[in-house]
Design a binder for this molecule. Sequence first.
Ligand code: C2E
Ligand code: CA
Ligand code: CA
Ligand code: CA
Length: 279
Amino acid sequence: AKQAGKGCYEVFDTTMHLQTVTRLQLDTDLRHAIERQEFELYYQPICDAQTRELVGLEALVRWRHPSQGMIPPSRFIPIAEETGLIVRIGQWVLEQACKQLAEWRSQFPHMAHLTVSVNLSSRQLLQVNLLEQIHQILDRTGLPPDCLNLEVTENPVMQDIKIAGAKLRHLRNMGIQLSIDDFGTGYSSLSYLQRLPFSTLKIDRMFVQQATHQMESWDIAKTIILLGHRLGMTVVAEGVETEEQARLLQNLGCEYLQGFLLADPMNSGAIADLLRLSL
Ligand code: C2E
Ligand code: CA
Ligand code: CA
Ligand code: CA
């Protein structure tokens, strides 16, 4: 038993060591990834639940690592958040997404209503020059502010409600749309939520995906949609993978759908093809 115990520790130590090395290596590589142009934006369609027409695109960052291939955001965004690199990465994402949509708008004038959604991390929300940065990016790219939708999750907003609230109101006054992302997974105070200027609520995919199996989750999804509407927001359901989910959500009055059923996140070439087709 003693030996097995020792063996376990050795395995554990080796794994920990490997994880630390990989993390350090990723952290180092991440520092050069912008200048080496290793980031790329993918875009996932957001569609009208009734007509299934394309209304928006969510920008999702990808890292093409020179030796490790595509690294998903779930592996490097948390590291970037911890080290503060997210501020530079986030700025790159915002600029790239605005530039891209401005280009598509002039290339495909029939798509003038299209919006681009960009994820904003908690570090960015607390960043002192965020508003100035966004002003500059909109100026440089010429993108109308109402074509930009910023997605933030509940926790950072609630953690520093004074700072976050003032910034969100300023952004809303500029005409930028705001979404509360992954709704239902964090902690929100409903009275604060009511006072914050969110235009859209995104139901986390957990509720959508469990909903087909559990009546309970379905009730939660239903309640979230009602709550969103009560607070004057439109509702987007994330992670819609089946026709059954889409129909149920549509029947509950959810306005927009996003998920593999409608479309995967795609590179900009594939999105341009899609926009050309929908002419
Ligand atoms: P998120 O904002 O909730 O983005 C949606 C995630 O769900 C994306 O994962 C998308 O590929 C995935 N997804 C879409 N449809 C489906 C579906 O039908 N089923 C399932 N199972 N998944 C679906 P992705 O691209 O790996 O991004 C993961 C997270 O990383 C994002 O979650 C977001 O929190 C973060 N992220 C991505 N890009 C950025 C960025 O530019 N900045 C910041 N701060 N965070 C980002
Ligand atoms: Ca999001
Ligand atoms: Ca989300
Ligand atoms: Ca999520």
